[in-house]
Ligand binder design. Sequence first.
Ligand SMILES: Cc1cc2nc3c(=O)[nH]c(=O)nc-3n(C[C@H](O)[C@H](O)[C@H](O)COP(=O)(O)O)c2cc1C
Length: 267
Amino acid sequence: MHKNVIFCYSGTGNCLNFAKNVAENIGGADIIMMRKRPEITDVTEAERVGFVFPCFGGGAPEDVLKYAKEIKVSPSAYTFGISMSASYAGIGLSTLNEIIPLNYWATVTHQCSCIWLFPHDLMMPKLNVADAQARSEKLAWEVAASIKLKRNKDKKPPRNPVNAIENKAWTGIAAKKAAQFKVNNDCIACGQCVRLCPRENIEIVDGKAKIGTNCIQCLGCLQFCPKSAISIGEITDKREHYHNPKVTVDDLTQSIIHVEAAFSSGT
Ligand SMILES: Cc1cc2nc3c(=O)[nH]c(=O)nc-3n(C[C@H](O)[C@H](O)[C@H](O)COP(=O)(O)O)c2cc1C
C-alpha cells in the first residue's frame, strides 16, 4: 500500500478528479473508492489518510459515513477531508470528523450534478464547465500543498444548523426522488448504468434499464447515459446534463486507483 491513501466517493466524477489531482501533488497515492464497500479498510500503515466526497443534501453521502466507521487509521497518521459541493459544504466534514478526527479539511465548489434540484452551473460566480474545471484543478494544487506539508487546521469543520436540518430530511427526500426515475425508449440496454450504479440498483429487463428504489442519488446513471434516456421528472429533461469532463465510467468503477506523483521530489 502507498504511504498516502485517499478514500473517495464520487457520483459524476468531480470528487474523483479532485482526489487524483491532490494525489499527484502529494507524491502519489492509492485512491480507494468508497462508492461500494471499500476493498481495503485497514490503512494503519498509511502516513496520510484522506477523504474526498461530495455534499449531498447538506451532508456527506450516507455510504461515506457508513464505510468510514469501518476504516482503521493509525493514531499517528495525518488525516484530511475534502467536501465538494455546488455552493455550500454542509455538515459532511463535521460528521466525518466525529468518526475519524481530521487534522486538515477543505471545502471546494464545482459544477452541480443534482440535475433535479439545481441547474448544473449553479455557482457563485457563474462559471462554464471549462472554467469551473480549471478552478478546481488550481484548488487541488493549493490543498495538496497543505497536505504535503501536513498543515493542521485550527478550526473545526463547519456545522451550520440549517444544513443539519436539511441533511436530516435528505434521506426521505432522496427516496421520494428515487421512485420517480424514468427510462425512455431511447435506452439501448448498453448496461453502462448497471455497471456504474454503486448500489446495484439497476437491471436490464425486457431490453431496457429498470431502476429500483435503493438509490443514493449519485446520479451517475442519469448524467453518464450515452442516450440521455434516464430522467427524474420533466425538469431533468430540460436541463443540460453534466459529468466531470476528465472522468470516465471506467475510472469510476475501479475499486483502487494507483496515482503516481506528478513530480519525483521527496514527500
Ligand atoms: C443528489 C445531490 C445532492 C446535492 N446536494 C448538494 C447540496 O446540498 N449542496 C451543494 O452545494 N451541492 C449539492 N450537490 C452538488 C454536488 O455536491 C456537486 O455536484 C459535487 O461536485 C458532485 O461530486 P461528484 O461529481 O464527485 O459526484 C448535490 C448533488 C447531488 C447529485
